[in-house]
Design a protein around this ligand. Structure first.
Ligand SMILES: Nc1ncnc2c1ncn2[C@@H]1O[C@H](COP(=O)(O)OP(=O)(O)O)[C@@H](O)[C@H]1O
Ligand SMILES: [Mg+2]
Length: 343
């Protein structure tokens, strides 16, 4: 069986307006291994949500996928290029919400205010599993219990407004897990929750994923969440992946100056009294992406004549498997790659 459940190849997604083409996702390659949690991180506006919406073909006009492949390698041994499907293809509906499920940032996006929790969750099973009412009810109540909702039989008959934010997000997770998706995409699933609930929800997602051996693509701008939850990390900037590796590699020895900037802003990594560092400058407009390395105007390591002209830097793959898109990758490895520890 394919080691990756998802393989995105050279994905390009743009939004078109009178001002021109906004390249929100620009030549992204990303593989999610089976049974692993892959985190996709980066500052707001860098293309994380657009990437994840593309996987379920939820990008709407004026946006569209303008190039690339989104290969889904199913457990049944079949592969399909989701990017090539149309709304008329039954395959899209077999995948969407069933084999690949998504948890959105705001639970109410996924829940209808006018139907009970139970009816909405049973619907998932009717739609994809063709179960009887009694069987569906039993499974739904069991899943509500598994996601840590007390008195699931009573919650089953309640409406979303009767639940707290944390409980609603658990319901959404239950909904996404009910179909036992091969890939779960969670787009900032805990941003709307307080810190304690956040930790519980993440632990729960990790446990459910681990039990079922399924994969998770976890999208977040919260690096503490990444360090706590993910196996692998991909870092995105201005529509591109700039660095990828194991969570240990990326958290311990980030190489790309952008990743280094991001992780330096992680609380816990600095004494309380110290002011948090942040990456200087701001994210440029996607309508006006800098030449050369898109990060060069904000980079402390940028070298005139090397980093500020021509095409973006190619991906440098290191012997330990991680990769970095930086013109000065070799120097970054020598400086920050953690090689001295091995001597
Ligand atoms: N509906 C839309 N219309 C026009 N542009 C959009 C739309 N959605 C996203 N974009 C563009 O795509 C970029 C990436 O957005 P997004 O993927 O939502 O970022 P994030 O990394 O914060 O999830 C935005 O900065 C914006 O320029
Ligand atoms: Mg987003």
């Amino acid at each position: 069986m394919e080691p990756n459940v998802l393989e995105i190849r050279n994905l390009k997604v743009s939004f078109f307006s009178d001002e021109g083409e906004t390249r929100a996702v620009n030549d992204v390659c990303l593989s999610v291994p089976r049974g692993r949690i892959m985190a996709l991180v980066g500052e707001s506006g860098c293309g994380k949500s657009v990437t994840s919406y593309s996987i379920l073909r939820l990008i709407q006009k004026p946006g569209r996928i303008v190039g690339g492949e989104i290969l889904f390698h199913g457990r049944d041994g079949r592969s399909v290029d989701i990017a090539a499907l149309t709304e008329k293809d039954q395959q899209l509906y077999d995948i969407r919400g069933d084999r690949i499920a998504m948890i959105f940032q705001e639970p109410m996006t996924a829940l209808s205010p006018v139907h009970t929790i139970g009816n909405q969750l049973c619907e998932v099973l009717y739609l994809h599993r063709k179960l009887s009412r009694a069987e569906a009810e039993k499974q739904v109540i069991a899943m509500l219990g598994r996601v840590g909702i007390p008195a699931p039989e009573r919650r089953f008959r309640q409406y979303p407004f009767e639940l707290s934010g944390g409980m609603r997000q658990r319901v959404v997770i239950a909904m996404a897990m009910l179909s036992e998706p091969e890939l779960l995409i969670a787009d900032e699933p805990t941003t709307a929750l307080d810190v304690t609930i956040q930790a519980q929800v993440l632990a729960l997602m990790k446990e459910l994923q681990h039990d079922a051996g399924n994969s998770v693509l976890l999208i977040t701008h919260d690096l503490a969440v990444v360090a706590q939850t993910a196996d692998l990390v991909a870092v995105m900037y201005l529509g591109r992946i700039v660095e990828r590796g194991s969570v240990r590699q990326i958290v311990k020895n980030p190489l790309h100056p952008y990743t280094r900037g991001l992780f330096q802003s992680l609380p816990g990594m600095h004494p309380r009294s110290e002011k948090l560092p942040s990456i200087r400058g701001s994210v440029p407009s996607l309508l006006d992406i800098p030449a050369g390395c898109p990060f060069h105007p904000r980079c402390d390591f940028a070298q005139a004549g090397l980093c500020d002209c021509g095409a973006p830097p190619p991906e440098t793959v290191l012997p330990d498997g991680r990769s970095c898109c930086c013109f000065r990758a070799a120097e970054m490895v020598a400086r920050f790659g953690g090689q001295e520890e091995k001597k």
